[in-house]
Design a protein around this ligand. Structure first.
Ligand code: NAD
Length: 424
């Protein structure tokens, strides 16, 4: 289960405004008509539900749950469900729009959505979380569906919650509908390769970008912030491709070694140490802020949003930033990073490996068939590489940063589809 501390308040941006500022720039370069601009900036549906849940002590608590469908122009909407005390409608709206752009960038036939419940799963028992998840599923029964809207895990949720969601939805339908949700345990129809998919996509994007920047991976160094699902897989796979991983970090702090850290050893240490890198040996302890400013070739922020801000962007020394996390770079930092000539592979491209393999999970469920891990990896690598090349081409052609190019590719695709469908 994933839980991430929020960034310090002073550096937090309203996520919807941060997303909109990039959307606005990309739309202007594309010359998007006002009508289409207005359609695409507004979520198509926002559902807010009250969820009364019996707590273990017999009291009843009412939680607020959200599901925002930003767009279903390209296909059924897709997006995770977040359990976190900070969940609010603005955040869910921004994340839903991000999903639309992410699916469009990697060219998979999904729209974008996001859901969330304002709750603190760390203070709830497993029984309370199960009752909350089932109540949310019942309340969203008419929103979810394998051809309508397909949830997945996000911060604070994982395969366990997806299994409850699938079970509750299936009971209401009177049949097993495993394609209603992705990120399920393998025995319930989850896909091989899903766990490492996002980190793997980060690695594929990083390798593609290094090729363009003529950085030799065997001579390159990298630093990875966050050592959860995305960060630890990205570190392992980059290490496998020859990079020296000089620093890793988690909430306990950052760990640096000039000669390099073996990510496999770090994973073993973390897993034997209640999920924390606290006390990791053979490395110098530094802060998470210092990690971001190291003179490495590749920096992978894979923890949380708004870590590269207007304040620290001038001190970033990496040649390439590959965004494993969603929204790690604030919009204020964008121009500073661009002026420094640092290439950024933006979140909607770099971390799209996860939703790509979620799409494969959905396909397998609908086929009633299972793919090998090898097939999953080969196909997702190809999608990620093609998407990178496509965005890179647009960035070159329009002389814009990769982030704006990624938004342009995505917005153009959704806008064209909308026009063909004749939505007005
Ligand atoms: P996770 O909970 O598995 O790991 C998060 C890691 O970041 C942990 O090691 C945690 O200790 C660390 N961390 C949290 N706050 C930190 C901070 N302020 N400084 C340093 N370290 C910090 O989460 P995850 O699934 O790996 O997700 C990480 C990011 O990637 C999130 O932004 C998430 O939205 C994004 N993402 C995840 C997926 C996925 O498939 N898991 C897909 C797309 C995007």
């Amino acid at each position: 289960m994933a839980y991430i501390e929020p960034a310090p308040l002073k550096d937090r941006e309203n996520p919807f405004e941060a997303m909109m500022s990039r959307f606005h720039v990309a739309s202007q370069i594309l010359g998007l008509e006002d009508e289409i601009y207005n359609v695409l900036k507004s979520p198509s549906r926002q559902v807010i539900v009250s969820l009364p849940v019996t707590m273990d002590d017999g009291s009843i608590r009412v939680f607020e749950g959200y599901r925002v469908i930003h767009s279903n122009i390209l296909g059924p909407s897709k997006g995770g469900i977040r359990y976190d005390p900070m969940v609010n409608l603005d955040e869910v709206k921004a994340l839903a729009a991000w999903m639309t752009w992410k699916c469009a960038v990697v060219d998979i036939p999904y729209g974008g959505a996001k859901g969330g419940i304002t709750c603190n799963p760390r203070e709830m028992s497993s029984g309370e979380i199960e009752r909350l998840t089932r109540a949310y599923t019942t309340a969203m029964f008419h929103v979810f569906g394998p051809d309508q809207d397909i949830p997945a895990p996000d911060m604070g949720t994982g395969p366990r919650e997806m299994a409850w969601l699938m079970d509750e939805y299936s009971k209401m339908r009177g049949m097993t509908v495993n394609a209603v949700v992705t990120g399920k345990p393998i025995v319930l129809g989850g896909s091989l390769g899903r766990t490492e998919a996002t980190g793997r996509g980060v690695m594929v994007s990083a390798m593609a970008a290094m090729e363009k920047l003529k950085i030799n991976p065997y001579k390159a160094t990298c630093a990875v912030q966050g050592f959860g699902n995305v960060g630890s897989w990205a570190a392992r796979l980059l290490h496998e491709r020859g990079l020296t991983v000089q620093a890793i970090s988690d909430l306990s702090g950052a760990y640096y070694s000039e000669k390099g850290i073996d990510p496999e050893k770090a994973v073993a240490y973390r897993d034997a140490n209640k999920g924390s890198l606290e006390g990791f040996p053979d490395a110098t302890r530094i802060t998470n802020e210092e990690l971001l400013e190291l003179p490495v070739d590749v920096l992978v922020p894979a923890a949380t949003e708004d870590v590269i801000t207007g304040s620290n962007a001038p001190k970033i020394q990496a040649k390439l930033i590959v965004e494993g996390a969603n929204g790690p770079t604030s919009s204020k930092a964008d121009s500073i990073i661009n002026d420094k000539g640092i290439m950024v592979v933006p979140d909607i491209l770099a971390n799209a490996g996860g939703v790509t393999v979620s799409y494969f999970e959905w396909i397998q469920n609908r086929l009633g068939y299972k793919w090998t891990a090898d097939r999953v990896n080969r196909r997702s690598d190809r999608i990620m590489k093609d998407a990178f090349n496509n965005v890179f081409k647009v960035a070159q052609e329009y002389k814009v940063p990769m982030r704006i190019a990624a938004y342009m590719v995505a917005i153009d695709k959704v806008a064209k589809t909308y026009k063909y469908r004749g939505g007005f």
